[in-house]
Design a protein around this ligand. Structure first.
Ligand code: ZN
Length: 371
């Protein structure tokens, strides 16, 4: 139906132009009204045969529309012009560092959804100017707000292989939720509570990379003290970790994406960054071995070496963003503590919360972590 209307509009405008009657608005309005009454709301927009062209400034601060005709502009008309912005393409500017086109488009879509859902106004009309043939509208764009939202999305989804893609073993450990409930873990950062968002917890789906998150991302700001959640013995502490260039890092991630999962070497030596692994023995859950992993650290305490005995609550290092893209470019953004608890037995190994539904998982975690 809309195509038919557009076609009719086109015929009318073509006719008007050809007969030099464009200024005789009464004909136009009669036809317009007739078509409007017949349900053709689109015609009110058809004063412009084509959507206005727009230009997005490189610094992402303004958008300029060039309308084909000099015209009186109502507030409604200005709003409708803004709706012509193709958000999916538009917001991708904020995800340029993502090499996967489909992921970029998906994040842009989520971003537009968030803006609409929260009714955030991003554009303000900053300037109207006109020439004989065109009207130019300049909107300033709230790039700070957009960047903030984009950064949050990048943090959650942006780096396809930042976290593990792999289940640790096909079978997993033979462990019940009842056994896990007996664990008594200290929160790994003082004053940082367990995150609620499913995306920061184990099992968070990462559909674009066919993967799952096997740890908990505690929102610890850069340099927060990190402490051992249990007594244990240090297995490894990568004091000597050095960031690789973002390009080399990305090249490893591309390979990971190509094979459909993050290989252990890339996971352990690139994406975890500076990390500590601690063995907590086999007495907490009889017959099962438990280890904990603390990653993306900015610093590891000097005394933390393989073989060091640590007690629950002992400070082992400082949080950071090593191993992340931000870490590799020397930025302090997106620091957090990625923490894992791994349970091993004869059958295999599982991460804490593996396979649990969100409600059950969150209840389990709130039950076993304490301050
Ligand atoms: Zn994580």
């Amino acid at each position: 139906m809309r195509i038919l209307q557009l076609f009719l509009n086109f015929i009318i405008i073509y006719h008007l132009i050809n007969t030099q009657m464009i200024l005789k608005n009464w004909i136009f309005y009669i036809i317009n009204l007739t078509l409007l009454l017949s349900g053709c709301a689109y015609l009110s927009y058809s004063t412009y045969p084509e959507p206005p062209t727009y230009h997005h400034s490189k610094d992402l601060k303004t958008v300029t529309f060039n309308l084909p005709y000099n015209n009186q502009l109502s507030g409604e008309r200005i709003d409708s012009i803004l709706t012509t912005l193709p958000g999916r393409l538009f917001y991708t500017n904020y995800f340029e560092e993502i090499s996967d086109d489909s992921l970029r488009a998906e994040l842009s879509r989520i971003m537009k959804q968030e803006l609409t859902g929260q009714q955030i106004n991003i554009y303000t009309l900053a300037k109207v100017s006109s020439t004989k043939t065109s009207t130019i509208l300049t909107f300033s764009e709230d790039s700070l707000t957009l960047k903030k939202i984009a950064d949050e999305l990048m943090f959650l989804y942006g780096d396809p292989a930042r976290e593990s893609l792999t289940s640790l073993s096909p079978n997993g450990a033979n462990i019940t939720i009842e056994e896990l409930k007996n664990l008594n873990l200290l929160l790994p950062c003082a004053g940082v509570t367990l995150p609620k968002r499913a995306n920061l917890l184990p099992n968070a789906p990462r559909p674009y990379r066919s993967g799952i998150h096997r740890g908990i991302d505690f929102p610890a700001s850069y340099g927060s003290e990190v402490r051992s959640v249990l007594d244990g013995i240090v297995i490894q502490a990568t004091h000597g970790y050095r960031e690789i260039s973002p390009e080399l890092r990305e090249s490893f991630l591309i390979k990971a994406r190509k094979i459909g999962r993050t290989p252990h070497d890339v996971y352990n030596h690139i994406t975890l960054g500076r990390s500590i692994t601690i063995d907590h023995g086999m007495y907490l859950i009889p017959g099962k071995r438990i280890i904990s992993v603390y990653s993306h650290l900015s610093q590891i305490d000097d005394h933390i070496q393989a073989g060091t005995a640590v007690v629950q609550g002992e400070i082992i290092g400082l949080s950071g963003n090593s191993g992340t893209r931000d870490g590799s470019i020397g930025s302090l953004n997106n620091a957090h503590l990625h923490f894992e608890l791994i349970i091993q037995d004869k059958r295999g190994e599982s991460y804490l919360g593996q396979g649990l539904e969100y409600e059950e998982l969150y209840n389990l975690l709130t039950g076993i972590f304490h301050n």
